[in-house]
Design a protein around this ligand. Structure first.
Ligand code: PMP
Length: 402
């Protein structure tokens, strides 16, 4: 009898499973709105021109293949912190950000989960928005934290359940950890307004909660990296100590290169040095040190004023194309087709995703009858829509809800 005969079959990943079903479909009209990866106006993966240039710069310097330090490429992490916190931030000026390169955003979250499980001196409960990116739940559970929820989404308004959010954070035990999506909330596409962020910051302070920001989409929400960092910078300016996971998967299109960073703001340089030493102790037995190539690319962009400017305009280009698809989809459903229901949320939602309000049976019907694939919760990746498929998509939605 085999050693593994008692290993049960696990369910397929709810997001990556959608791509498998899409790939198996042979219909030429098929559309994949499942995975959160940007597509250009022809539905093709997009390599940013700034990334191509950065790669040339890296190649022409004839770099070696030596190991990076445990916490990664120092220049990259320095620039990554600058991008998130801003040059004017006290924590940057005082040199109190403890930071490490990570295996993209997921790896950053996992290092953070492990660090909090080991060193956070209070409650090991982490509050996640309901709903949240599906992977947050097993990720923090596997890190050794106790996963709990706070209300976030209001089904009736297809908007933020701000009253529920505030009530749940106020009811959480003092000094719990709270995960906040810094911008472009996944899967709902709904972010608090700056005024609401300020209120959340006050509650977090009052209840001594520990804020852990997941910033997987800086620049993708508004087209401006500074604007999208508002929540993070506001919390830091209000004196909160924060944890921050950054990803360069979406905003630089470096998905498979796995470039990210995890940071903690600390009280002073001596504390930062102690925290840095413990980050190394967590990382060394996990994967020893991070990969080189993607960090070199990201750093070549962040470190070069011209390339940086070009990159920012390309991020804006991606954000703007998504925003124009929101306009077009809204107009087609609401005005042209008179599709039953209220579709204003498609236009007001932010970032890569839209939470359409389509039900699980409707999403199933869309896959089977129209070859249109999305996650069962009705989330669509707006980036999968383009001038060639948006009419067909809108007509398919119209048919599915009638
Ligand atoms: N957080 C959120 C909210 C995300 O949507 C994603 C990507 N889907 C990630 C983190 C991490 O992605 P990656 O590991 O590719 O950077």
């Amino acid at each position: 009898v085999s050693t593994w005969s008692n290993v049960p079959a696990g369910p397929p990943d709810p997001i990556l499973g959608v791509t498998e079903a899409f790939k198996a479909d042979k219909d030429p009209r098929k559309i994949n709105l499942g995975v959160g990866a940007y597509r250009d106006e022809n539905g093709k993966p997009y390599i940013l021109p700034s990334v191509k240039k950065a790669e040339e710069i890296v190649q022409s310097s004839k770099p070696d293949k030596e190991y990076l330090p445990i916490t990664g490429l120092p220049e990259f992490t320095k620039n990554s912190a600058l991008l998130a916190y801003g040059a004017e931030s006290d924590v940057i000026k005082q040199g109190t950000v403890a930071i490490t390169q990570s295996i993209s955003g997921t790896g950053a979250l996992r290092i953070g989960g492990a660090f909090l499980a080991r060193h956070y001196p209070h409650s090991k409960a982490i509050y996640l928005p309901a709903p949240t990116w599906g992977n947050h739940i097993p990720l923090f559970g596997d890190s050794g934290l106790e996963v709990r929820k706070y209300r976030y989404f209001n089904k009736e308004t297809v908007g933020l359940d701000f009253e529920g959010l505030k009530a749940d954070l106020k009811a959480a035990p003092e000094q719990s950890i709270v995960l906040l999506h810094a911008c472009a909330h996944n899967p709902t596409g709904i972010d608090p307004t700056p005024e609401q962020w300020a209120e959340i910051s006050d509650i977090v302070k009052e209840k001594k909660l520990f804020p852990f920001f997941d910033m997987a989409y800086q620049g993708f929400a508004s087209g401006s990296t500074a604007k999208d960092a508002f929540a993070v910078r506001h919390f830091v300016s209000q004196g909160h100590q924060i944890a921050l996971a950054q990803s360069f998967a979406k905003n630089m299109g470096l998905y498979g290169e796995r470039v990210g960073a995890f940071s903690l703001t600390t009280a002073d340089p001596a504390e930062k040095a102690r925290v840095d030493s413990q980050l190394k102790i967590i990382i060394r037995p996990m994967y020893s040190n991070p990969p080189l190539h993607g960090a070199r690319i990201a750093n070549a962009i962040l470190n070069n004023a011209d390339l940086y400017t070009q990159w920012e305009s390309e991020v804006k280009g991606m954000a703007d194309r998504i925003i124009s698809m929101r306009e077009k989809l809204y107009t087609t459903l609401q005005k042209d087709l008179n599709t039953p229901g209220e579709w204003g949320h498609i236009k007001s939602q932010i970032g890569m995703f839209s939470f359409t309000g389509l039900t699980s049976p409707q999403t199933k019907a869309l896959a089977e009858k129209a070859h249109v694939y999305m996650t069962a919760d009705g989330r669509i990746s707006m980036a999968g829509l383009n001038g060639n498929n948006i009419e067909y998509f809108a007509q398919s939605v119209d048919a599915a809800v009638r």
